[in-house]
Design a protein around this ligand. Structure first.
Ligand code: ZN
Length: 309
């Protein structure tokens, strides 16, 4: 029988399965990356390779790297940008480099991960960055645990999502992106940089029902009348009811959504979450299937994510 291909999700699930087999219920929800590193040095993952302890390294335009030792080819080192105020970002970077180690190291001896290098890189580079991010996201926020934490509470709010982010020791934004990826609800996450739409991520049911705000190729600001557009509303963690049509032109007038807002400390970045009432899929429309799937790339390249405190 041939082994399953090493996709990010298969690999992350395999690591969790092995860890649960070893540690049982004593395993903390926020996974200990040193324990993962030791596991990655076992023959099942690290055959012919040895992954050393991650080392902090600071340089401009640098987030993390996985590098093979030129003199001892079996040795691999991880370097990560120190972020003393944001240890959850260090965790994500290290988990991302773990992803390159398990998924990509056969292909090359050096992975340097920074925003400029990634965005100007070849398609192949971008794909492996996406894969490393998907791996990190699934390793740090396994679906079962996230479902359980969400399931204990009927109502999703930014309070709940920030509590769960703390539980997993991930950034608030990384958790919100993971929530969008797994939720059954119609949900839209938008990040604004200096008042303009930077990216929009939609849950699968939002895409199926064509609910969205972003217009490709257009520079967009928050819609007038929204909480996002209200400069006096710095945070809106409980959410506020809005007409869904305010944000999503194709929504029926009676449909509602709940809008949440988080403004980061330096005020230049805002995260909006829109949770829409459920609706029937628009089955005649297939365009949502062509859309890029969830892009966890942004989890890695979005710098300066302050944890919600
Ligand atoms: Zn990378």
């Amino acid at each position: 029988m041939s082994a399953a291909p090493l996709t990010p999700s298969v690999t992350a699930a395999r690591i969790w399965k092995l860890l649960r087999g070893i540690f049982g219920n004593e395993l903390p929800v926020a996974i200990d990356l040193e324990v993962v590193r030791e596991l990655l040095n076992q023959p099942a993952f690290g055959k012919g390779a040895s992954l050393k302890k991650p080392i902090a390294f600071d340089a401009e335009n640098f987030e993390g790297a996985l590098v093979r030792n030129e003199d001892r080819h079996e040795e691999w080192g991880i370097f990560y940008k120190p972020r003393p105020k944001c240890p959850e970002r260090e965790r994500f970077t290290i988990a991302h480099e773990f992803g390159h180690f398990v998924l990509h190291r056969e292909g090359r001896g050096r992975f340097q991960c920074d925003k400029a290098g990634i965005t100007s890189g070849q398609d192949d580079d971008r794909n492996i960055e996406r894969e490393a991010n998907a791996f990190a996201s699934q390793l740090l926020m396994p679906r079962d645990d996230l479902d359980k934490l969400l399931g204990e509470h009927r109502k999703v709010t930014f309070h709940l999502l920030s509590d769960i982010a703390r539980t997993f020791q991930v950034s608030f934004e990384a958790l919100c992106l993971r929530f969008i990826e797994i939720t059954d609800q119609r949900a839209i996450l938008i990040r604004w940089d200096n008042g303009f739409l930077d990216y929009e991520r939609r849950s699968s049911s939002a895409r199926r029902t064509r609910a969205g705000y972003k217009i490709p190729g257009k520079t967009q600001e928050p819609v007038a009348g929204s909480i996002a557009a209200d400069a006096s509303a710095i945070q809106c963690f409980d959410g506020e009811m809005q007409s869904a049509a305010l944000w999503c032109a194709e929504e029926a007038p009676h449909m509602k959504l709940r809008e949440f807002k988080h403004t980061y400390v330096d005020r230049d970045r805002v995260i909006s979450l829109l949770l829409l009432e459920s609706a029937e899929p628009r089955s005649w429309d297939r365009s949502w299937k062509d859309e890029d799937s969830f892009d966890s790339f942004d989890q890695f390249v979005s710098n300066g994510q302050f944890p919600v405190r």
